[in-house]
Design a protein. Structure first.
Length: 337
């Protein structure tokens, strides 16, 4: 069944979408340097400009940086925790940035994570995972997963008590990784004493179009219906998968293909209507519910992928932000029920 009505551009966003500059078009040999420069200018720099005036006072939170050894090198992480009495503890969250598996760094979500840390009163770990194509799958995913394990071993540094809440949150390709991390942690004895209590998937990429199960093809139409969508087109999404250099039928690339979705942490999911990844996220949420997983879903008809970062000044983007905070608080409330 088509959900193409969700792709009709939102009236507030339509003129802004029309004014967007054309992105570098993938095809042939990708100029990764030019592509990263475009993405940084489009997402990171614009988001920081929009969020800068909203930053909380520096004395209400603490920011620290650490490294985690991995594959003969080191992964950088940046942590955020509310300023409070030494003996006070907080829930904690791992934040996995987006960027098509090929772009992004600690600064991409930095301002927003500072705001969330202070407002929600939660400790956060921001991970600078390795990027494709220089570091193909599973390098970046392993880095993010190592950061999650680091959190279980460093509650004191984070002023965290993971029993109050232990969440993984990811946006776009980071949403893909967050979904996979939730599956990994479910099966990993290392998390037996500190299981994940929630996952947040924001406009996640969850199934490569070449491996859509026959039984789901009628439900997964957005990759075709939104193939020419602004900000993220079908070809740009396929290019991200190509750069990752991984088997698309691997559930760690296409989480919709996991044999079981049972016993996963409760999920909050945000889905954009004008987005090639729309339907796979909607179906994933449906399958989670059918497998007994608690879910909460917010849809944004007529919004393109990543709109909240680019158009942060709009009422629609501010609704996205309020919903995210509400979804995070909902997940945290479940640990207190």
């Amino acid at each position: 069944m088509s959900k193409n009505y969700l792709s009709i551009p939102n009236s507030e966003l339509a003129p802004l979408i029309a004014a967007l500059p054309a992105p570098p078009q993938p095809g042939g040999q990708v100029d990764i340097t030019a592509l990263r420069a475009h993405l940084k200018n489009t997402f990171t720099n614009v988001a920081r400009k929009n969020l800068g005036p909203l930053l909380p006072p520096e004395d209400v939170y603490h920011v620290e940086e650490y490294t985690i050894p991995r594959d003969g090198g080191e992964i950088a992480i940046r942590t955020y925790r509310p300023a409070a009495e030494e003996d006070r503890t907080f829930p904690a969250m791992l934040a996995v940035h987006g960027g098509g598996f090929m772009h992004g760094d600690l600064d991409m979500e930095d301002y927003y994570l500072r705001i969330i840390c202070a407002d929600v009163q939660i400790s956060i770990v921001n991970v600078d995972y390795r990027l494709a194509p220089e570091n193909p799958y599973p390098a970046g995913l392993n880095d993010a997963y190592d950061a999650l394990k680091w959190m279980t071993q460093n509650e004191a540094r984070l002023h965290a008590d993971l029993r109050k809440g232990f969440i993984v949150s990811g946006k776009s390709s980071g949403g893909n990784m967050a979904a996979v991390i939730a599956h990994r942690a479910k099966e990993d004895p290392a998390f037996a004493g500190t299981p994940l209590t929630g996952q947040i998937l924001q406009m996640p990429a969850l199934c490569h179009p070449d491996v859509v199960p026959e039984t789901l093809k009628d439900k997964l139409r957005s990759m075709e219906e939104c193939k020419d969508a602004p900000i993220l087109s079908r070809e740009q999404m396929l290019n991200s998968y190509r750069i990752l250099k991984a088997d698309p039928s691997n559930p760690e690339i296409s989480p919709l293909l996991y044999q079981s979705l049972a016993n996963l942490a409760p999920a909050y999911i945000q889905v954009c209507g004008l987005d090639p990844c729309r339907d796979e996220a909607l179906v994933y949420e449906e399958l989670l519910r059918e497998n007994g997983v608690l879910t909460r879903l917010d849809r944004y008809p007529g919004a393109p992928h990543g709109f909240s970062a680019i158009f942060g000044h709009t009422a629609y983007a501010q609704k996205w932000d309020r919903d995210y905070r509400g979804g995070l608080r909902w997940l945290l409330s479940l640990t207190m029920a």
